[in-house]
Design a protein around this ligand. Structure first.
Ligand code: ADP
Ligand code: MG
Length: 678
């Protein structure tokens, strides 16, 4: 009997397995059908033929037509992966992850096996991986270890129209590699029509362009400028939801904070509308959104409900969400801006370009006719918006890429083959900074410290801070701080109804006015002491996910320390060694208190303020070093620590002279000033 039962049981299992296999097969078959329905599918053979015949090809096709998900698969199916990997670069992390997940699904394989992705601090690939999605920055780093990209048979520089710094640098490097590696195929793929420029740059490479599917999009402008685009966006979303036929809404915001605010307001307002209104599903999407939640935006909207996707620029061309019928475009994005004269970099909320506005509107017309609500006037659009976004290479600090190029042995930067060259001033500034950081010698050659710094996938100032921590015997503390500074998202959680509790919890880490960097260190060490407890995070209003990310980053930095032969050493009793290491990396970011409570940056005087979230916002130390500047209502320094002015001379003698740090002025200090820990 027991045998019988066993057999029955096995039969049962067998049947179950079979039906599961069948279900998977049909799901896979369905996905194949979806693949065949994409606009690019009709051009599959032609495209493969063009790739076969030409070494370099520029590909142009509308967003959502299948370039990113299909081309690598076509190449795989045609056998290119037998000779090496197919690499496909994306300007954005989320896009690399999400697209890789989709392609793995379409191929019926586990993510990280045949299809994988690689982004900074996260490598989801294996020996099996043949289709590799990665950020453009990661391919740049890979070049440091594999200058001829020998393990690749095809490199696709995707979303080329975005013209990120890394993409532009990659252009110059892969163009060169293609010359001495005739077996390497190079595809430059773009969603916009300025393909001629790419073609010209790549020695008149042929352009393969194919039509997408576009439905008409009705463009609406506001009649008068909006004073508050957040408010206008919310009102527009709700009006669409109440008045317009079903169809999902896509709204463009500038960043995570804005998206979270919008989500909160929307939820509140929806509750106020009562139960007669149909369901509105709110889906945020931004760079630091955890991957479980990223998948949510792609889930089909349930019958009778409406989805509103609150997105950053990521949804402009990198990600296509099916079913969008309405686009709300406030007309702004967060952009890095850089002043090559002062060497100061800042994140700015800036009006988008006409090209961006067109792309955004296009998102509404992919599956049917749609509507786009621009929260600015037609006059505004016609007269104030630039035609195109300025390529990042012309508005950013170049120190990081200059260091990378130097480690690749490229010395003549002025003659580097830039598609659009950066201002010469910016190159000179980058060289000066790297010299001051000790990464380059007087001849512009990489030093030992520079070579070590280049190993870290970080801004040179952060890398310097880490390399120097060896000398001050506090590498253990410094990599925790570096990891915490590299998370990207916010660490503290501040729910609207518990702001006082949250602020108190946060201030606990600032006891003794130790400064924000040390406070971050305290957060990390306290969490570690609890054995990485989630409960502890809840109790202290700290984002668990951010902390886990910090731990991952820290682990990797620890591995890199070993690579550059720096021992892990701890010097917690000497917090000044930690502070000195910070200053040794960030000395260009220093500011001095003014009589009115504002600050003036030391080298190229500019008025700045301590960010209200800083633990030192009420303390106002006389001299501070800051991590970054953000411009909102004012130019704010974020993550601030007090320093002793004499350190500047000691740690950055090439950069500061005694006259820079004389403390004679500012005798009359505001109340409460200068009471920090030092
Ligand atoms: P392109 O690169 O030309 O803009 P994509 O290859 O990114 O186009 O997109 C092709 C199709 O694949 C789109 O319909 C898009 O919605 C779908 N798609 C892409 N990523 C995902 C995903 N993670 N989940 C579901 N569908 C996706
Ligand atoms: Mg794409």
């Amino acid at each position: 009997e027991s045998v019988m039962a066993g057999e029955n049981y096995e039969d049962d299992m067998d049947a179950k397995q079979k039906s599961q296999d069948l279900a998977e097969k049909t799901a896979l078959e369905e996905l194949q059908e979806v693949r065949r329905s994409l606009p690019i599918y009709a051009y599959r053979e032609q495209l493969l033929k063009a790739v076969e015949e030409h070494q370099v090809l520029v590909i142009v096709g509308d967003t959502g037509s299948g370039k990113t998900t299909q081309i690598p698969q076509y190449l795989h199916e045609a056998g290119y992966t037998k000779r090496g990997k197919v690499g496909c670069t994306q300007p954005r992390r989320v896009a690399a992850m999400s697209v890789a997940a989709r392609v793995a699904q379409e191929m019926g394989v586990k993510l990280g096996h045949e299809v994988g992705y690689s982004i900074r601090f996260e490598d989801c690939t294996s020996d099996k991986t043949v289709l590799k999605y990665m950020t453009d920055g990661m391919l740049l780093r890979e070049l440091l270890g594999e200058p001829d990209l020998a393990s690749y048979s095809v490199v696709i520089v995707d979303e080329a129209h975005e013209r990120t710094l890394s993409t532009d640098i990659l252009f110059g490097l892969v163009k060169d590699i293609a010359r001495f590696r005739p077996d390497l195929k190079l595809l430059i793929s773009s969603a916009t029509m300025d393909a001629e420029k790419f073609s010209d740059y790549f020695d008149t490479a042929p352009i393969f362009s194919f039509p997408g599917r576009r439905y008409p999009v009705e463009i609406n402008y506001t009649s008068a400028p909006e004073a508050d685009y957040m408010d206008a966006a919310i009102v527009t979303i709700l009006t669409i939801h109440v008045r317009e036929p079903l169809g999902d809404i896509l709204v463009f915001f500038t960043g995570q904070e804005e998206i979270e605010t919008a989500e909160e307001i929307l939820k509140h307002r929806i509750r106020g509308l009562g139960t007669k209104i149909r369901e509105l599903i709110i889906c945020p999407i931004y760079a630091n959104l955890p991957s479980e939640l990223q998948a949510k935006i792609f889930e089909p909207t349930p019958e009778g409900a409406r989805k509103v996707v609150l997105a950053t620029n990521i949804a402009e061309t990198s990600l296509t969400i099916d079913g969008i019928k309405y686009v709300v475009d406030p007309g702004f994005s967060k952009m890095k801006s850089y002043n090559p004269r002062t060497g100061m970099e800042s994140l700015l909320i800036t009006p988008i370009s006409k090209a961006s506005a067109t792309q955004r509107a296009g998102r509404a017309g992919r599956t049917s006719a749609g509507k786009c609500y621009r929260l600015y006037t037609a006059f505004n659009y016609n007269n104030d918006l630039e035609e195109n976004t300025v390529p990042e290479v012309q508005r950013t600090n170049l120190a990081s890429v200059v260091l990378a190029l130097k480690s690749l042995g490229i010395h003549d930067l002025i003659n580097f083959d830039f598609m659009d060259p950066p201002p010469a001033e910016a190159l000179v500034k980058a060289l000066e900074l790297l010299f001051a950081l000790g990464a380059l010698n007087k001849l512009g050659e990489l030093t030992k410290a520079g070579r070590r710094m280049a190993e870290f996938p970080l801004d040179p100032m952060l890398s310097k801070m880490i390399v120097v921590s060896d000398k001050y015997k506090c590498s253990d503390e410094i990599i925790s701080i570096a990891a915490m500074l590299s998370i990207g998202g916010s660490i503290f959680y501040r729910p609207k109804d518990k702001q006082v509790h949250a602020d108190n919890a946060r201030m606990n880490f600032h006891t003794g006015n130790v400064g924000d960097h040390i406070a971050l260190l305290k957060v990390y060490s306290s969490w570690k002491e609890t054995n990485y407890s989630t409960q502890w995070c809840y109790e202290n209003y700290i984002q668990v996910r951010s902390m886990k990310r910090a731990r991952d980053i820290r682990d990797q930095l620890e591995g890199l320390l070993e690579r550059v032969e720096i021992e892990i050493s701890s010097n917690l009793n000497e917090l000044d060694s930690v502070r000195k290491s910070i200053v040794a990396g960030f000395f260009p970011h220093t500011a001095k208190l003014q009589k009115n409570g504002s600050y003036r940056t030391v080298k190229h005087p500019q008025t700045v303020h301590i960010h209200p979230n800083s633990g030192l916002a009420q303390v106002l130390p006389r001299w501070v070093v800051y991590h970054e500047l953000v411009l909102t209502s004012k130019e704010y320094m974020r993550q601030v620590t007090e320093l002793k002015p004499e350190w500047l001379i000691e740690l950055a003698p090439h950069y500061y002279q005694h006259k820079d740090v004389e403390d004679a002025a500012s005798k009359k200090m505001p109340k409460g000033a200068g009471k920090a820990a030092i």
